[in-house]
Design a protein around this ligand. Structure first.
Ligand code: GRF
Length: 203
């Protein structure tokens, strides 16, 4: 079994899609253990409680590694450990310290609203519109020490329409995110992700 910790900062719709998926996935090998937020006002906290998942908020007085040490402490308390755990970043708006990434090596995933390596960082949907690309999408990847640069697990494409605004494009990408992230969590739990250098092979 894999013990899952989810890190959020806001709305938490990706977290919700993962939790919904796990509930209806008979024989799931994933146990959601805790949702941790970097912001006390995150809407996702209430959503997590509705699923009966314990939640925790990290004090924003802490900085850098001190902040991450607190997270790791909570993950360990809920038995989400490097040997049995998976940490999903779902709209988590902080960069992880390299210590955190090293301790949970290849056990932290993130979802990003573009086809990486295009448009990393913030406002990827706006970057895609401004650049005039015809196709964008979303990516689930393992987290490494760089910005949205870790090994790519899976991607889904979304066509950019001439009439698209930031909101319409973001909504269509989000629909795909909600399908892609649970699928990747499942692949991980079934040990179907084989990592060779920076390539992730789905077996
Ligand atoms: C999503 O677009 C995700 O790709 C990005 O942040 C957004 C989070 O949305 N990393 P939500 O909090 O999951 O609703």
């Amino acid at each position: 079994m894999i013990n899952l910790g989810i890190l959020i900062s806001g709305r938490g719709s990706n977290m919700e899609s993962i939790l919904k998926f796990l509930i209806q996935d008979e024989g799931s090998k994933v146990r959601p253990k805790v949702v941790i937020s970097s912001k006390p006002e995150a809407e996702g906290l209430e959503k997590a409680s509705k699923f009966g998942i314990p939640t925790s908020v990290i004090s924003n007085k802490l900085k850098g590694w001190e902040f991450d040490k607190e997270i790791i402490g909570i993950l360990q308390q809920y038995d989400v450990k490097p040997e049995n755990g998976l940490v999903c970043l779902a709209g988590y708006m902080r960069i992880l310290s390299s210590e955190f990434v090293r301790i949970y090596k290849l056990r932290i995933m993130n979802i990003h609203p573009s086809l990486l390596p295009s448009f990393p960082g913030l406002n990827s949907q706006k970057q895609a519109l401004d650049h005039g690309v015809k196709i964008t999408g979303c990516t689930v990847h393992f987290v490494d020490e760089g910005l949205d640069s870790g090994p790519i697990i899976a991607q889904k494409h979304v066509e950019v329409l001439e009439t698209d605004t930031y909101d319409t494009l973001s909504d269509r990408i989000l629909e795909q995110e909600h399908l892609l992230y649970p699928y990747c969590v499942k692949l991980f739990s079934e040990k179907r992700l084989l990592i060779q250098d920076r390539k992730v092979i789905v077996t």
